[in-house]
Design a protein around this ligand. Structure first.
Ligand code: RB5
Length: 147
């Protein structure tokens, strides 16, 4: 599975903790930045990662900012993106099973790295259930296409 990970300065430390987990567990990923705690604008980071996922360059994306809110709002403006902000493992799992979320967002100022890594594990391990959920997701895609 190809994974892109990105953050603004508010999510930088948590991004680095997740990258450490990926490295330790030989999970491949691409780090799309930011690469320091210097202030950047979260929409730039979120939209660039979301567009790469929407183009099919990555199967899934993980985007982190201070709260997980700004990057979620921005990523969801990109056609084909279903970004879910999850700060618990149940929501992370359900965002895959029912919503086929292709981007996970979290807040580096909201949760610690231990919980965030459990959320990432749950999210990456869960598959979309399809069936009635496919019909519902299709309605979102149809709305998006007709705008
Ligand atoms: C940056 O200070 C902060 O606004 C950003 O990381 C994020 O929380 C926005 O939603």
């Amino acid at each position: 599975m190809s994974i892109a990970i990105a953050s603004d300065h508010g999510g930088f430390e948590l991004k680095q903790a997740i990258i450490k987990y990926f490295d330790k567990n030989e999970i491949s990923y691409t780090d799309l930045g930011t690469y320091s705690t210097e202030s950047v604008d979260y929409p730039d980071i979120a939209i660039s990662c979301a567009e790469a996922v929407a183009r099919g360059e990555y199967e899934k994306g993980i985007i982190i900012c201070g709260t997980g809110i700004g990057v979620c709002i921005a990523a969801n403006k990109v056609k084909g993106i279903r970004a879910a902000q999850c700060h618990d493992t149940f929501s992370a799992r359900m965002s895959r099973l029912h919503n086929d979320a292709n981007i996970l967002t979290m807040g580096g100022r909201v949760i610690g790295s231990g919980l965030a890594i459990e959320i990432v594990k749950a999210w990456l391990a869960s598959d979309f259930e399809g069936e009635r959920h496919q019909r519902r997701v299709n309605k979102i895609s149809q709305y998006e296409s007709n705008r």
